[in-house]
Write a protein that binds this ligand. Sequence first.
Ligand code: 7TS
Length: 429
Amino acid sequence: MDLSEKTDPVAGAAGETPASRSILDPYALRKDFPILSRTSNGKPLVYLDNAATSQKPEVVLSALDSYYRTYNSNVHRALHILSQEATGAYEAARTILSRFIGAPDPATCIFTKNATEGLNLVANAWGRANLAAGDEILITEMEHHSNIVPWQMVAEVTGAKVRYVPITDEGRLDMEALDKLLTPRTRVVGVIHVSNVLGTINPVAEIARKAHEAGAIVVLDGAQSVPHLPVNVVELDVDFLAFSSHKMYGPTGVGVLWGRRELLEEMQPFLGGGEMIEFVAKEGTTYNKIPYKFEAGTPSIAEVIGMGAAAQYLQGVGLSSIHEYESSLIRYALERLESLEGIQIFGPRDERAALVSFSLDGIHPHDVSTMLDQDFVAVRAGHHCTQILHAVLKRPATTRASFAFYNTREEVDVLVESLRKAVEFFSGR
Ligand code: 7TS
């Protein structure tokens, strides 16, 4: 089957209205991603590991290519033409990215290596200066390790305590428990916007309102939300937002930490070196203004420019359309997956993001993934960097299929049929 061939993208969907039929055309958009036409042993690639990293459209590839071919140069350092062009493109990407997340001020968007580095930057630069014994850091049981471990590390050096908001059986945050855990001792609330395992979309604006009432700041992990739904830092009223380029169809090696200007200005730098200084003398150093204070050393120039191209591409497709299309795709996927014998699906049934983790009775997730691989279906098996959540789910590992707007119902069908073969193989039928 050629998965790039257009059939009816929403045929047979439960609860579909004619109006939702023109949301977005995944078959046309697939053509923007060269890798999606790959085959292996005659089988077309079914790429369902988008939560780990997404594929890159032609516009991103050509942004990288043209930087290296025509204006490769360092930024903010030299006065020659190439450096001016590189600096212009690098700073233009900052403006694009700030608009992309609704931030009025581009200087509040710091380029990092990835979401992980952004979260470490906050935990270290803000946390070490603002936390002490008796303070509490409130995070959730569904956080990715990158929004757990940096807080545990900073708790160790400051004497603050890390507390965890539990999840309900349905896989949502227990908001009553959050109300109880949020006290005047809470200085920071760290929360994942979209769970990379459960697909839960957390009520961030409500959490931010409650946290601010308690006097805490809010650090949002947007790694899985920014690529898939409209995210606006002003509307959500958070204090920090971290995300990665490579999950939003941009290159690896770069991400964004957005922060409230007042907080960024009062924070000490995370890394020292070139470009982050104002003046260096034997007696000491004064620091550059934001964002440069937090961008020590030569940045990932091509990658930043590529991330800008990815954000523009996503804006062209439309984040609302992406969310709507992916919501319809995950509804279809859940419906189809539920037909499998011995499957247990984790996370809410509705109002969730387009990824699904599950286990199959008696089959290890690694075996599931290996079987799917034989049909060139790429999924992830493991704990997905959420060991605390997996302990709550009482599973050491799960299998996860994570979708993008270029995935189709036919690909969901290939996944389900491949899983059916795995179930039959392992049950000896
Ligand atoms: N936060 C969330 C919610 C994530 O899903 C991930 C990566 C990160 C942070 C860290 O992103 P990085 O770019 O800094 O590595 N999650 C996954 C995943 O689910 N499978 O592979 C990586």
